[in-house]
Design a protein around this ligand. Structure first.
Ligand code: SAM
Ligand code: SF4
Length: 333
């Protein structure tokens, strides 16, 4: 539904003011928890054009959305993505325009992204050991990502945040190293519990699972953590250390359900508006923009109606079979 002040609300009284916009399902990495090694990507005629992505994002902003995060897949592999960011960067009502990236191309893109109006960045990094980094991402070159992080800092982004997925037996011995790394760089980090999105063969998600609490205990063996009420509009719960500016966040879809605070929806690059990461409720906005190009009214109507489909919560479990068969790269992480 739509409130009197022209903002979106779902059936459970939650305001929706955050859109995650997937600009591609493609990627130059194949992280083991995110993708199968052998992926088939969407044909180009099934994905939204940059113009259509802008039109949909613009309609959301007209309906009170204050934060947009571009994601994917790897957003920086989409041709001309900077032109989309430039247009979004000019929308006055939009308070935060962020990007989640694997960082591999940031040495080239960080400065143009800043100039285009991007206001914040999350960079994914699960290991500081080159061999292991390569194994976890299947294609990644750690050196490039590290120089990308420095390029983002040099370009003047403040509050850069790393995202790290910790898997038992693969990188759980690097938790303290990752904390030292962000302290040294004066940036933040969020540790993410692995989510059961898509079938993967390389590891058993139930065996590799490590909870946010276990990670927090490991960090507290060296640094005492004070919980804060700071909220960046996403699902992270933040802690601070007394001797550092870095914040430590935890995204805990399994151990600390955050659905009651959910303020966001996702648009896949196929134009499917997903109302919840852990459910299949969706409507096709591509059908609307294909059929009625430039008709903002039709688009806004469809978005307002879709709010009624937003479910109350996800039901992720560590059982064998993922209930959600789409991979994170098609969902938009
Ligand atoms: N390619 C970009 C990147 O890696 O930052 C953006 C898209 S990626 C899908 C967004 C985030 O989702 C990354 O931080 C990644 O680690 C996380 N992710 C992917 N698959 C996941 C899963 N199954 N469980 C938890 N996090 C996952
Ligand atoms: Fe690509 Fe990001 Fe998925 Fe890794 S997590 S495969 S970088 S989309």
């Amino acid at each position: 539904m739509i409130n009197a002040d022209n903002t979106l609300q779902d059936r459970f009284g939650r305001g929706v003011e955050y859109l995650r916009l997937s600009v591609t399902d493609r990627c130059d990495f194949r992280c083991v928890y995110c993708m199968a090694e052998d992926m088939t990507f969407l044909p180009r005629n099934q994905i939204l054009s940059l113009e259509q992505l802008f039109d949909i994002a613009h309609s959301f902003v007209q309906l009170g959305v204050k934060k947009i995060r571009l994601t994917g897949g790897e957003p920086l592999v989409r041709n001309n993505v900077i032109s989309l960011i430039e247009r979004l960067g000019q929308l006055e009502q939009l308070e935060q325009l962020h990007l989640t990236t694997n960082g591999a191309q940031l040495d080239k893109f960080a400065a143009p992204l800043k100039a285009a109006g991007l206001t914040g960045m999350n960079i994914s990094l699960d290991s500081l050991q080159p061999e292991r980094f390569k194994a976890l991402t299947r294609f990644g070159d750690l050196k490039k990502v590290l120089s990308g992080i420095d390029a983002a800092r040099d370009a003047g982004f403040n509050r850069i945040k790393l995202n790290a997925v910790i898997l038992k037996g693969r990188n759980d011995d690097e938790i303290l190293d990752l904390v030292d790394f962000v302290r040294d760089k004066h940036i933040d980090i969020s540790f993410i519990e692995e989510m059961p999105l898509g079938h993967i063969s390389e590891h058993d998600r139930a065996l590799s699972f490590i909870s946010s609490e276990q990670i927090r205990n490991t960090i507290e063996s060296r640094h005492s953590l004070t919980p804060t009420t700071e909220n960046t509009g996403g699902p992270s719960r933040y802690y601070r250390m007394s001797d550092s500016t870095s914040r430590i966040g935890f995204i805990s879809p399994h151990s600390h359900n955050f659905c009651h605070l959910c303020n966001r929806v996702r648009l896949t690059v196929e134009g499917r508006l997903l109302l919840c990461l852990g459910n299949e409720h969706s409507v096709s906005l591509k059908e609307i923009v294909d059929r009625y190009p430039g008709d903002e009214l039709k688009l806004r109507e469809a978005i307002i109606q879709a709010m009624d489909l937003k479910p109350e919560r996800h039901h992720f479990s560590l059982d064998d079979e993922p209930q959600i068969v789409r991979f994170m790269n098609t969902t938009g992480g």
